[in-house]
Design a protein around this ligand. Structure first.
Ligand SMILES: NC(=O)C1=CN([C@@H]2O[C@H](COP(=O)(O)OP(=O)(O)OC[C@H]3O[C@@H](n4cnc5c(N)ncnc54)[C@H](O)[C@@H]3O)[C@@H](O)[C@H]2O)[C@@H](O)CC1
Ligand SMILES: [K+]
Length: 472
């Protein structure tokens, strides 16, 4: 929800506007439950859940409304909730502040609006919320809960002890998993979050990358790039990109003949050579051993399309059960390989056709085609284009970052490496979507400096800023 929220904000629909819609939906539910003139007690906490109800109070002119704020106004935790409190006070609405539990008097209302806590609840209800919850549960009033009954965890439905016992819940945007088992009516209100906030990647998607401060080396991915032979820059770019996208370790397995050259691109890479000048089936057993201890493998950069190299990819995937990103020439083996592995395939539209997939110049039509093909394959697809389409066969995400300067060679290798790094820490669909977004943003930052003259290494340098969400 926080991710969708940020994406909506980036689309020009700020949180305060959503709060206004939420408050309006709460007021509508009140009108449903009580006749004009009825007494309504709005019990508001200090977060945005309370803020929703403070807005609702403004929409209930036909009722006898009393607003109880649990806590001192200075402790309201968000600006938008505080602004709505200030508006009620300035408008001389009937309001009280409850600074200790002894001071809470619910009165005898016909309807209670429970807006103490929503999705921001942590742990058991503290005071004065606990006292207020008991008073609400003891009263004979109809109880309308805002978003989720206070004290209930919206994800699990569990309450850490006491929770409000609601007659109805008006929840926002989407059903919450934890509300299913509650013994009350649940109404979902559309609060005007644009569909695009969920479909298109945006800054909210970067929240998935927030790191635990307690993390250790290796927690953020040990990525193996298998490639090189005819080309040496591609595997080096992909592996460096994995590091720039946050992996702790990036290794390259490439033919001995080019290992030195690959290592020469960067001392940050761990390069391991296998015999000869190209990947062949004889290398597979060793590679499988090596890959078993890695978090993700990136197959393809610079590999070429020699028959024996493609046969090796096929053999590898048939025996591998980890996570792999498949790019470039390696893509063509995917449709007829039987594998337990979780694959993220990163074709451009020409490669997609070569795999047997269809495409279309209209991105919406393309989205459906990509979803269907991903479902047929049983793998995640990231199909590159002006609008990148990502699908796991079920959900679809579309990425709009990037620019025409990125048609230069090597940007696909950067994307494949970043996808590998993110696949080590995120589910496949998210990894592909965030990688596409970050890669495109890195390209946009590079275009600011170099326009159509940008090169792939410019993206590498900008990938960390892009994945941090720095403005272009
Ligand atoms: N897109 C969204 O996410 C939207 C969310 N909205 C509302 O925002 C709510 C989430 O707002 P917040 O994140 O501000 O969180 P909440 O308002 O649910 O709770 C945060 C507040 O509760 C306090 N608190 C937490 N646990 C407590 C406990 N056990 N006992 C007592 N106090 C406790 C915190 O200190 C903080 O002041 C949603 O439930 C929904 O009602 C809406 O405004 C519309 C849009
Ligand atoms: K609530």
């Amino acid at each position: 929800m926080a991710a969708v929220d940020l994406n909506a904000e980036a689309l020009g629909v700020p949180r305060k506007q959503l709060m206004e819609s939420s408050g309006n939906a709460v007021a509508r539910a009140c009108r449903d439950l009580a006749d004009p003139g009825a007494s309504v007690a709005v019990v508001a906490g200090r977060g945005n859940n309370g803020g929703d109800a403070l807005v609702a109070a403004r929409f209930l002119k036909a009722y006898d409304v009393t607003v109880h704020l649990l806590g001192r106004p200075e402790t309201i935790s968000t600006d938008i909730a505080r602004e709505n409190w200030d508006a009620l006070v300035a408008g001389e609405a009937d309001h009280r502040t409850v600074t200790d539990s002894a001071g809470f008097d619910l009165g005898d209302p016909d309807l209670v609006v429970d807006a103490m806590l929503g999705t921001g609840v942590t742990g058991a209800l503290r005071e004065p919320e606990a006292t207020a919850a008991r008073a609400i549960n003891d009263s004979s009033a109809t109880v309308l809960a805002v978003d989720v009954p206070s004290g209930v965890d919206a994800d699990t439905g569990d309450a850490a002890g006491l929770a409000v016992d609601a007659d109805r819940v008006v929840t926002f945007h989407d059903d919450k998993p934890g509300l299913g088992d509650l013994d009350c009516e649940v109404v979902v209100a559309d609060i005007g979050i644009p569909e695009a906030a969920e479909l298109f990647t945006g800054p909210g998607d970067l929240l998935a990358l927030d790191r635990d401060a307690q993390s250790h080396k290796g927690d953020h991915g040990d990525v193996l790039v298998v490639g090189g032979g005819p080309y040496t820059g591609a595997p080096a770019l992909a592996a460096q990109s994995a590091l720039r996208a946050g992996a702790d370790l990036a290794r390259v397995a490439c033919p001995e003949a080019v290992a030195r050259e690959v290592q020469g691109y960067s001392e940050n890479l761990i390069v391991r050579g296998f015999s000869g000048d190209r990947l062949a089936p004889e290398h597979v057993p060793d590679l499988l051993d090596f890959a078993a201890d890695r978090d993700a493998v990136v197959f393809g950069p610079g590999l070429g399309d020699a028959d024996e190299s493609l046969a090796a990819v096929r053999e590898f995937l048939a025996a591998y059960d980890g996570t792999a990103v498949v790019d470039a020439d390696a893509l063509q083996v995917v449709p007829d390989v039987d594998t337990e592995a979780t694959l993220i395939c990163t074709p451009h539209q020409g490669e997609l056709r070569k795999m047997g997939g269809e495409t279309d110049s209209d991105w919406e039509v393309r989205s459906d085609l990509v979803r269907e093909f991903a479902a047929d394959l049983g793998h995640t697809l990231l199909v590159k284009g002006a609008y990148d389409v990502v699908s796991d066969g079920d959900a679809v995400r579309v990425n709009r970052t990037g620019n025409p300067g990125m048609t230069v060679g090597g940007t696909g290798d950067v994307l494949a490496g970043a996808t590998g790094a993110l696949a080590a820490v995120l589910p496949p669909l998210d990894a592909a979507a965030v990688a596409a977004y970050g890669n495109g943003r890195a390209g946009d930052l590079a275009a600011e400096a170099f326009g159509g003259g940008l090169v792939a290494t410019d993206l590498l340098e900008r990938l960390p800023a892009a994945l941090r969400g720095d403005e272009a």
